[in-house]
Design a protein around this ligand. Structure first.
Ligand code: NAI
Length: 332
């Protein structure tokens, strides 16, 4: 059987980490047909579109994409292609498991958290305008439909995966209507899952609690912006952005990508750690029914981390991106 997958290499370190991960996936012996498509500034140069038609039709055909990070200009320029793709394909749940890898020194061992981030609205609606010079408005959109479905996704995941606690993270003390709606929806959904403990934490307190005592959390569900920030904080708990995977999930399609961005500071230097994208690809393999291949790669990855002599610079090693990939393949 051949798996058709849309491959979006992205830019910055995206092309380096996707190349490494594709090599590892192919070394499992599974057959892939990659539909490689551009997005972002590179696509604009070629097609005069940031999300070219080829990309849309490819994901409509394959329903599954593996994606490298895409740069978003700061303070101007085009809107985030990452956010647009999530909205375009209604990938409403951003699933981000956070776990330690063996022998990576961190402040806390044995972290095992899940972050579930609403992916289609909130402050990332991209609705901003200048009312008069010197005054801008940025709209936070929250709907009952999206708040309920992300809460339901979180509780369903908790039920199916023996997670015992769900924390809704919010700022409803200040944003009484928008985050208030999020909490109302979460409370309603929580009633249908009596076996799961439900609690609410204000987002700023959550950041402090995560740094002081991450073990009190099991699964955290939250709106878009808080999810973005808390994910990076949690990546820091387990050794950095080079390690943490994510899946953007909808009812029809899924896009698997790392939590990290295009890392312009190390791009083109063979320094990027492909582990985060590789772990995202493991989520993808399970999604397409190839759990055995995922396990095979995971065991090889853990061996490389245990052996320690082929790690990338961000986790204290000296190996380059491609050398790291070679050693995962050798360990398989
Ligand atoms: P970033 O995640 O690209 O980098 C933050 C820090 O982590 C940098 O020091 C970088 O070198 C390091 N880092 C990230 N990934 C790494 C890896 N795989 N191996 C080793 N070190 C790694 O965040 P930043 O600098 O805020 O954003 C850069 C660009 O990426 C921006 O244009 C941003 O909009 C975009 N971005 C794209 C995302 C996506 O495509 N989903 C997600 C986050 C940011």
């Amino acid at each position: 059987m051949t798996h058709k997958i849309t491959l979006i290499p992205g830019d910055g370190i995206g092309t380096e980490v996707t190349a490494a991960v594709v090599r590892i996936l192919e070394a499992t012996g599974l057959k892939f047909e990659w539909e490689t498509v551009l997005a972002g500034a590179d696509a604009y140069e070629k097609y005069k579109e940031y999300i070219p038609k080829e990309l849309t039709t490819s994901i409509e055909r394959t329903h599954v994409a593996l994606k490298g990070p895409i740069t978003t200009p700061v303070g101007g320029g085009f809107a985030s292609i990452n956010v647009k793709l999530r909205k375009q394909f209604d990938l409403y749940a951003n699933f981000r498991p956070v776990r330690n890898l063996p022998h990576i020194p961190t402040r806390y061992p044995d972290i095992d958290l899940v972050i579930i981030r609403e992916n289609t609205e909130g402050l990332y609606s991209g609705l901003e305008h200048e009312v008069v010079p010197g005054v801008v408005e940025s709209l936070k959109i929250m709907t009952e439909k999206a708040c309920t479905r992300i809460s339901r996704f979180a509780f369903e995941y908790a039920r199916k995966n023996q997670r015992k606690k769900v924390h809704a993270v919010h700022k409803a003390n200040i944003m009484k209507l928008s985050d208030g709606l999020f909490l109302r929806c979460s409370r309603n959904v929580a009633k249908e899952y009596p076996e799961i403990t439900y609690a609410e934490h204000i987002v700023d307190n959550t950041c402090m609690q995560l740094v002081m005592n991450p073990y009190q959390y099991d699964l955290l569900v939250m709106e878009n912006l808080y999810g973005d920030i808390i994910s990076d904080l949690c990546a820091g708990l387990v050794g950095g952005l080079g390690l943490v995977p994510s899946a953007n999930l909808g009812d029809e399609c899924a896009i698997f990508e790392a939590v990290h961005g295009s890392a312009p500071d190390i791009a083109g230097k063979n320094l990027a750690n492909p582990t985060a994208l590789l772990r995202s690809a493991l989520l993808m393999l399970r999604h397409i029914g190839q759990a055995d291949a995922a396990l095979k790669i995971r065991n090889a990855l853990e061996k490389v981390y245990r052996d320690r002599d082929k790690l990338t610079k961000d986790v204290g090693g000296k190996a380059g991106t491609s050398e790291f990939a070679d050693s995962v393949i050798a360990a398989m």
